[in-house]
Design a protein around this ligand. Structure first.
Ligand code: NI
Ligand code: MN
Length: 238
């Protein structure tokens, strides 16, 4: 597994991941808590969260964004349309940074970049469906630490090679569940394109259709030198 150099990563089920950098910057990605059957029971998030990264507008990624923003005080970062919608739902003016694909933002010891993803990103708001901007992933480059890539919901696409060329991620969090995202076979191609030597499988096992499993990804990657992390929600990797 990649040397995390003092950074810790905790998968909280589905696409929800908590990262703490060596300097103590706390980052929560795609909060899906209340209705996430795989969220570890009773798991307590840090009182203060610095950054809330949102990959797209689907409810299993932004479902708990507003409660987390209110309780833990983070700055929410994502596509401009998605952050705009969150402002209309009570996100404070100074708590949102709307960006677009390819753009980077610097906060403390972290540089964040929005990347492409192949998916959709509508927002269901009551009986309305709202345009949420394009779906994204994030590259998270930590000073004196690893560079991480959270792919969001996506299939594999050849431009993931540009992510490798630009950012050289050490560890990639890739969806493997199938049905709404790629499954293990495409995730193995994604791992190769992105060039990360360690993969943390996400977006699997949450609901019955998400059938992809880490062991299948591992089989697809046999002999490639890529390590697939086997962990469970709530367990911290460091
Ligand atoms: Ni989605
Ligand atoms: Mn999803």
């Amino acid at each position: 597994m990649a040397d995390l150099k003092g950074t810790s990563i905790t998968w909280l089920g589905h696409a929800t991941v908590l990262i703490v950098t060596p300097k103590g910057t706390t980052i929560l990605i795609d909060p899906f808590i209340e209705h996430n059957p795989k969220y570890p029971k009773g798991y307590k998030l840090p009182d203060k969260i610095d950054l809330l990264l949102l990959t797209h507008g689907h409810i299993d990624h932004v479902g708990d964004a507003i409660p987390v923003a209110k309780t833990h005080g983070p700055i929410a970062i994502g596509m401009v349309e998605l952050i705009g919608w969150l402002h209309s739902k009570g996100l404070k003016d100074d708590q949102g940074i709307g960006m677009n694909i390819g753009g980077s933002h610097r906060h403390a010891d972290v540089t964040l970049t929005l990347t492409e993803a192949r998916h959709s990103s509508s927002i269901t708001d009551g009986d309305k469906t709202i345009y949420g901007g394009e779906p994204t992933g994030f590259v998270i480059a930590i000073d004196n630490g690893p560079t991480l890539y959270h792919a969001g919901d996506t299939t594999a696409f050849s431009d993931m090679q540009i992510i490798r060329e630009l950012y050289h991620p050490d560890l990639a969090m890739l969806p493997i569940g199938d049905h709404y995202t790629m499954g293990p076979k495409a995730a193995a191609v994604a791992a190769r394109f992105v060039g990360a030597k360690t993969v943390l499988p996400i977006h699997w096992g949450t609901f019955p259709p998400l059938v992809g499993r880490p062991a299948e990804l591992e089989k697809e990657l046999a002999g490639s030198g890529v390590t697939v992390i086997h962990t469970e929600p709530g367990k911290t990797l460091s």
